[in-house]
Design a protein around this ligand. Structure first.
Ligand code: NAD
Length: 709
C-alpha cells in the first residue's frame, strides 16, 4: 500500500464525496503504474461504501486535472501483447468507474488529456472551468497510438461521430468553450469559485435534481443515422487523413476502423478492437519514433542550461520580413513591450501591417480577442532611429545581411545602451564572432537565428561566440522560451546547423533538375518521403536571393561538397526580379491560393531543357537525404551541436524533417550506417566526389551509430 494514497477519498455526512487525484512528486497528474493500482484499490473500496450519494473527481494540482498515461508506460511496450493487455486493464478499470452504484462528476479545473479525458468520459457528468488556458483532448495519435482506455468507444456516444473523429484523428486539444459546445463537457463553470460551483452542481445531483444525461443517440443524427450516411462520414475522414498524412501515420487510419467497429458492432466489439489496435500501434516503429520525438521536444522545452530571467523590454532593429515578425512574436506570444526601428519609414509601415495581419489571423482563429489584439499591437512602438533603445534589455538586429552594415548598427547600439544589454543578431550566414569583435563588450553579443515564417517555425538557434558570456546566453535563451520557441544551442560556424544540413537538400535538387528530372517530380518524391515541402518549392519559399546567398557562403566554407550548378542565376532570376514566392515567380509561377506551376521561362533562361517525366523516387530521396546524414556526422564531430538528439530535434522543428521517421540521425541508425556509407560511395563513384562519405560518418558507423557512439 502506498504511504499516502494517490486518490484520496473524503465522504461528507450528506453523502457528497470527493476523490482527489494527487500524484506525489509531480507537477501534473499522470496515470503511472502506481496511480493505476491506487485507483483500482480506491474503486474496490468505493464499491463497498453505501454512504455515498454522489462522487466528485478532483485534482490537487493547480495546472493539471490529469495529463493522461505516463509516457514511460507506453515506451515500455515492446510487444503488441503487452500493449493490448495494458489497454484491456485500463478499460476494465474505467468500466468499474462507470459502473459505480452512484453518479460521478469529473471536475475539470485545468488541462485534461488522454487517459484523463477517457476517465472523465466514463463519469456520469463532466464539468469544466472557464479558465482561459484549459484544454481537453485526446492527443494519442501524436504518439502514434490511439485512445486505448475506452475513448474511441465512448467519445462518439457523447459528442457524435463526426466531432469524435475530428477530435481523435487530429489529436488537437479543445478550449473549454469548444468542449462545451460539442457536449464533451456538460457545463462550463466560472474559474473563480469553481469548486463551489461544482459542489452546488453535485448537491443537485445528490438530490436527484440533475437526471443522468442520456447518452447522445448518434443514430438520431441525420448523417450518422443510417449505414450509408455513416459510410460517407468514415470515407471523408479517411480521405482527410490521407490528405493530411499521406498514410505515413498508421494511428489515425486505425482509429477510424476502431471507431467504426464501436459504432456499428457495439461497445464490446469496439473495446476489443481498440485494445488490439493499441497493442499493435504502440509496439510499431512509427509510434516508437514519435515517442522519441515527444521526449526530444519535451526536453527541448525544459532545457538544461542555467536558468535566467527573460528581458522585460526588447528592441528590434530592422523592420523587414524578419524584424517585423520577431517584434510581433515578442509582443503577442511574449507579451513584451517592443521598440521596432528601421531607417525607412516605409519599412516600418510594412512591418507594422505585417504584424497586424498576423494578429488578425489569431483573432480569426479565435486564439485572441479583439481587445487582446489591440493591447498586443500597442506593445509595439515603431520608430526611425534608435531613440528609446536605452531601456531595452535585449535587442535583436535584423537588418540587411551585410557584415559592415551590421557592424555599424552594433557599434551605434553599443554607444547607446548599457553594457548589460544583450545584443543579438538574426544573421543566417555571417559569423557572430566577426560581428562581436568590432563591438565594444563582445561578451554580450550572440546570434538568435529565427526561421521564416517566425510565427510558424518553433526553432531558434542560439549561437554563442567564443567571447559570449554564458549569463548572456542564458538570458537570450530565456527570451526565446518566453516567445514560445524552442532554443537549440549551436556553435558559431558557417550556416549554423539547420541551414548547413538543408543546403544539401536544396543544391542536390538543382543537379537533379539539370540532369532532366521535372521539378514537380523532385518535390513530389520528397513530399512522399514525408518532408512538408519539396526542395524546389522550398527554395522559392525561402527566396532565391537568400537561398543562393546562403549556398555561396557554404560553398566557400565547404567547396568540395557544397556545389551549385554553374548557371546564370543573375540573368535567370535576379535581373528579372523573379525571387520566388514573394515576387510571384521563381522556379515556379505562384498563383492565388498557393497554386504553383513550373515556370518554363526560368528553365529556358538557365538553359535547362524542361521536363515532364517523373524521376526515380528512390534515387531522388537517396541523393537528397544521404548527404544530410553525412553532414550531420561532420557537425557532431565538430561540436556544432552536442549530440544526435539535439540535431534531430533541430531538424524536425526547423526543417520539418518527418517526425514519423524519428529524426535524421535516428532514421540513419535504423537504416544502418554501413548501408548508407556504401550507398554514398556508390553515388560518389557515379555522380562525383561531393557524395564521398566522411571519416566522421565512418567513425560513427564503427562506434555503433549516431545514438550509440
Ligand atoms: P529585409 O530586407 O526584409 O529587411 C531588412 C530591413 O533592415 C529593411 O527594412 C531595411 O530598411 C532595414 N535596415 C537596413 N539597414 C538598417 C539600419 N542601419 N538600421 C535599421 N534598419 C536597417 O531582410 P530580412 O529577410 O528581414 O532579413 C533580415 C536579417 O534576418 C538578415 O540578417 C537575414 O540573413 C536574416 N534572416 C532572414 C531569413 C529570411 O528567410 N528572410 C531567415 C533567417 C534569418
Amino acid at each position: 500500500m502506498a504511504e499516502r494514497p494517490i486518490f484520496r477519498l473524503d465522504v461528507a455526512a450528506d453523502g457528497l464525496a470527493t476523490l482527489c487525484f494527487d500524484l506525489p512528486g509531480s507537477r501534473v497528474n499522470l496515470f503511472t503504474r502506481e496511480a493505476l493500482e491506487d485507483l483500482d484499490r480506491a474503486l474496490s473500496h468505493l464499491r463497498e461504501r453505501d454512504d455515498i450519494g454522489c462522487l466528485v473527481l478532483l485534482s490537487a494540482k493547480p495546472d493539471s486535472f490529469c495529463h493522461g498515461a505516463d509516457v514511460s508506460l507506453i515506451a515500455s511496450l515492446a510487444q503488441a501483447e503487452a500493449g493490448e493487455e495494458g489497454s484491456r486493464a485500463g478499460q476494465a478499470l474505467f468500466r468499474s468507474w462507470e459502473e459505480l452504484p452512484f453518479p460521478t462528476v469529473a471536475a475539470i479545473h485545468a488541462a485534461c488529456m488522454g487517459g484523463g479525458t477517457e476517465l472523465s468520459l466514463a463519469s456520469t457528468f463532466r464539468l469544466a472551468s472557464d479558465r482561459e488556458d484549459l484544454r481537453i483532448g485526446l492527443p494519442e495519435v501524436r504518439l502514434g497510438i490511439l485512445p486505448g482506455w475506452g475513448g474511441c468507444v465512448r467519445l462518439p456516444r457523447v459528442v457524435g461521430l463526426t466531432d469524435a473523429l475530428e477530435v481523435i484523428l487530429t489529436g488537437k486539444s479543445l478550449p473549454g468553450a469548444r468542449a462545451a459546445h460539442l457536449g464533451l463537457v456538460d457545463a462550463l463553470l466560472p474559474e473563480h469559485g469553481f469548486l463551489d460551483h461544482v459542489r452546488r452542481f453535485a448537491t443537485e445531483v445528490l438530490h436527484g435534481l440533475r437526471p443522468h444525461r442520456p447518452e447522445r443517440d448518434f443514430r438520431e443524427l441525420l448523417l450518422e443515422k443510417n449505414p450509408l450516411g455513416r459510410r460517407i462520414v468514415f470515407d471523408q475522414a479517411r480521405k482527410r487523413t490521407m490528405e493530411r498524412s499521406r498514410g505515413k501515420y498508421p494511428a489515425p487510419l486505425r482509429a477510424i476502423e476502431v471507431i467504426r467497429v464501436g459504432v456499428e458492432d457495439g461497445a464490446a466489439a469496439g473495446f476489443d478492437a481498440e485494445a488490439r489496435a493499441l497493442g499493435e500501434l504502440a509496439a510499431g516503429t512509427v509510434s516508437k519514433n514519435l515517442q522519441h520525438v515527444f521526449a526530444l521536444t519535451q526536453g527541448g522545452k525544459r532545457g538544461t542550461g542555467p536558468a535566467a530571467l527573460p528581458p522585460r523590454r526588447v528592441g528590434v532593429v530592422g523592420a523587414g520580413l524578419m524584424g517585423g515578425a520577431i517584434a510581433h512574436q515578442a509582443a503577442v506570444a511574449g507579451g513584451l513591450p517592443v521598440r521596432l526601428s528601421d531607417i525607412r519609414s516605409a519599412a516600418l509601415v510594412q512591418g507594422m501591417s505585417h504584424a497586424s495581419k498576423l494578429v488578425y489571423g489569431r483573432i480569426k482563429r479565435r486564439r485572441m480577442t479583439r481587445a487582446e489584439a489591440r493591447e498586443a499591437m500597442a506593445r509595439i512602438q515603431p520608430c526611425l532611429g534608435l531613440d528609446g533603445f536605452e531601456r531595452s534589455e535585449l535587442i535583436v538586429e535584423a537588418v540587411v545581411e551585410d557584415l559592415e552594415v551590421k557592424r555599424q548598427v552594433f557599434r551605434e547600439l553599443a554607444e547607446r545602451v548599457p553594457e548589460s544589454t544583450v545584443l543579438a543578431t538574426n544573421t543566417s550566414s555571417l559569423s557572430v564572432e566577426a560581428l562581436a569583435e568590432t563591438t565594444p563588450h563582445p561578451e554580450r553579443v550572440l546570434g538568435l537565428h529565427f526561421f521564416n515564417p517566425v510565427h510558424r517555425i518553433p526553432l531558434v538557434e542560439v549561437v554563442a561566440g567564443a567571447a559570449t558570456d554564458p549569463e548572456i546566453t542564458a538570458r537570450a535563451t530565456a527570451f526565446v522560451r518566453r516567445l514560445g520557441k524552442t532554443p537549440v544551442a549551436v556553435r558559431d560556424s558557417p550556416g549554423f546547423l539547420v541551414n548547413r544540413l538543408l543546403i544539401f537538400y536544396l543544391t542536390e535538387s538543382m543537379w537533379l533538375l539539370g540532369e532532366g528530372s521535372a521539378m514537380e517530380a523532385i518535390d513530389e518524391a520528397m513530399l512522399e518521403w514525408g518532408f512538408p515541402m519539396g526542395p524546389v518549392a522550398l527554395l522559392d519559399r525561402v527566396g532565391l536571393d537568400i537561398g543562393i546567398k546562403v549556398a555561396r557562403v557554404l560553398e566557400d566554407a565547404f567547396p568540395e561538397r557544397v556545389v551549385l550548378p554553374e548557371w546564370d542565376w543573375q540573368g535567370a532570376f535576379f535581373e528579372p526580379g523573379h525571387l520566388g514566392e514573394k515576387t510571384g515567380r521563381g522556379f515556379y509561377r505562384h498563383g492565388p491560393g498557393g497554386k504553383r506551376t513550373p515556370d518554363g521561362e526560368a528553365l529556358r533562361r538557365l538553359a535547362i531543357p524542361s521536363h515532364s517525366g517523373s524521376g526515380d523516387n528512390g534515387s531522388i530521396t537517396e541523393r537528397l537525404v544521404l548527404p544530410m546524414v553525412d553532414e550531420a556526422a561532420r557537425c557532431l564531430a565538430e561540436g556544432v551541436v552536442p549530440d544526435a538528439a539535439t540535431l534531430d530535434l533541430a531538424m524536425i522543428l526547423g526543417a520539418g524533417f518527418p517526425p514519423f521517421r524519428g529524426g535524421l540521425c535516428r532514421w540513419a541508425d535504423h537504416q544502418g550506417l554501413d548501408t548508407l556509407i556504401a550507398a554514398l560511395e556508390r553515388l560518389a563513384g557515379t555522380l562525383g566526389e561531393r557524395f564521398r562519405p566522411s571519416d566522421a560518418l565512418r567513425d560513427l558507423a564503427a562506434g555503433g551509430g549516431f545514438y550509440r557512439s
